[in-house]
Design a protein around this ligand. Structure first.
Ligand SMILES: *Cc1c(COP(=O)(O)O)cnc(C)c1O
Length: 473
């Protein structure tokens, strides 16, 4: 028998055989096929915002990988073991043990999802006027830092802002930028470095082990803490295993724990890496920070042994943590994302390269060079993709970036992207083929497409609820 090896970008020998899924399908969820007329009605009703579509009107839902994973039979079985005691649930201790085992932090505070943990850490350690450096902003992370009185400053390497740079670790922190910032504002006004694994807004780009080690050294000189956004950290270490010399034979689980050992704590949206539909946590080594966060969690989330999750949620999460760090799982997960990326690259459709961990990012600036950024090219692209074939994606450009709190002007990010986010263990390779063909159809029709105007704008996180109308010639 011969096994076909599909040539890969970046010279990888990453053949189909090696990423075939380490699971089979036991139950299916039917999805509705929509007509062109259905979709035209639906997108107008949604104000050209894919967040405002109803899921029944969506065929392939690539809005997000958040909470959209398929749980395993073991996780579903775990739901039956929920101990719904208000205090001291068995499942909390299982969760705490899993986090200590795989991430290595001492103290755990459960939260309902990632932003609950961001809220706690921001309020616990940020003072009015503080600066928080990080490797590119994330929407909810930065908002919580700002609400706590801080200002986020981006210190990611320049390559991260260049969608065609093939740098293998575009999530890295630029230590010179960080040093300059420390010199300018003073270490005492930097409560922590906000370090994210596989940087979402840069296209799911990883941080190298060498970078986090060097960051640790620099921070130790000034007594600055490093807190990790661990949301997609398991995916991040896959890239370390694949690309960074010396790590090829080290298991994902070992790499994850080593990476975390250079940081002081982490917040987690368990809806991503951890293969559950809801959940999150904060974990830190410092007892004083833990004490504050554990006290605050009872105000905003729930008691410190459930933090907004049911006992059964915590059980499924504890199991998901273990499944997320299996090498076979991660190879198939990232293999599927890359499969879609490679189809688009073959057709010369502009996407962010190298292909990252959780999504393909279409480069709306290069697809619609004739649409100025204040006419929301990525927002339009996402709407067009939906209209063509019922595929739901998400804008990650000027709408997501919001307005500058000082000047009130739009923030114009260098990257104007549409994210096709792949849920874990949910769609098949045929769904990826359909998606690639839809993108190609939109791309071929690009010159006829015009921009949008914003007709409703909410104050916070506007991308979720803003409404748009098409501009005419
Ligand atoms: C999703 C996400 C969050 C916020 O988590 P929620 O569970 O959605 O509240 C924080 N950081 C990153 C990188 C994320 O992707």
């Amino acid at each position: 028998m011969t096994i076909e090896v599909i040539p890969q970008t970046m010279g990888q020998q990453f053949g189909r055989r090696s990423w075939a899924e380490p699971w089979k399908i036991k139950m299916v969820e039917p999805i509705r096929m929509t007509s062109q007329a259905d979709r035209e009605r639906a997108i107008v009703e949604a104000g050209y915002n894919t967040f405002l579509l109803r899921s029944v009107d969506v065929y392939i839902d690539l809005l997000t990988d958040s909470g959209t994973s398929a749980m395993s039979d073991r996780q579903w079985a775990g739901l039956m073991l929920g101990d719904e005691a208000y205090a001291g649930s068995v499942n909390f201790y299982r969760l705490e043990e899993a986090i200590r085992n795989y991430y290595g932090y001492k103290h755990v505070v459960p939260t309902h999802q990632g932003r609950g943990a961001e809220h706690l850490i921001s309020q616990a350690v940020i003072k009015q006027g503080d600066t928080i450096p990080g490797n590119m902003y994330f929407t909810t992370t930065r908002l919580h830092q700002e609400l706590a009185g801080g200002t986020f400053v981006d210190v990611i390497i320049d390559e991260a802002h260049d969608p065609s740079s093939e740098h293998p670790f575009k999530g890295n922190i630029d230590l010179d930028k960080l040093q300059t910032l420390i010199d300018r504002v003073g270490a005492e006004h930097i409560p922590y470095i906000s370090l994210a694994g596989t940087v979402n807004m840069a296209g799911g780009q990883p941080v190298s082990m060498a970078n986090v080690k060097a960051l640790r050294q620099l921070c130790d000189r000034y007594g600055i803490r490093i807190y990790l956004d661990a949301t997609r950290m398991a995916e991040n270490v896959f890239f370390i295993q694949e690309r960074e010399p010396g790590y090829a034979d080290v298991p994902i689980a070992t790499l994850l724990k080593e990476f975390c050992s250079y940081t002081d704590g982490a917040w987690m949206s368990a809806k991503k890496d951890h293969l559950v539909n809801i959940g999150g946590w904060l974990a830190v080594n410092d007892h004083e920070v833990f004490d504050k966060a554990r006290n605050m969690v009872v105000i905003y989330e729930g008691l410190h042994t459930y933090g907004g999750m049911a006992g059964r949620d915590m059980e499924a999460l504890a199991i998901g943590i273990e499944e997320a760090v299996q090498d076979d799982h991660m190879r198939a997960r990232i293999g599927q994302v890359r499969y879609l990326g490679d189809l688009l690259i073959d057709w010369e459709i502009p996407i962010v390269c190298p292909v990252g961990g959780h999504a393909i990012f279409l480069d709306a600036k290069r697809i619609y060079p004739h649409i100025p950024q204040d006419q929301f090219p990525a927002q339009r692209l996402a709407a067009e993709l939906y209209l063509d074939s019922g595929i739901r994606s998400m804008e990650r450009g000027v709408v997501s970036a919001g307005r500058d709190p000082e000047s009130g002007e739009h923030r114009y990010p260098a990257l104007e992207l549409v994210r096709l986010t792949i849920p874990r263990r949910v769609y098949t390779q045929a769904h990826m083929d359909v998606t690639a063909e839809a993108v190609k159809a939109i791309y071929d029709d690009r010159e006829r497409t015009r921009g949008l105007e914003m007709v409703y704008e909410p104050e916070y996180l506007r991308f979720f609820q803003a409404r748009f109308a098409p501009l005419k010639d």
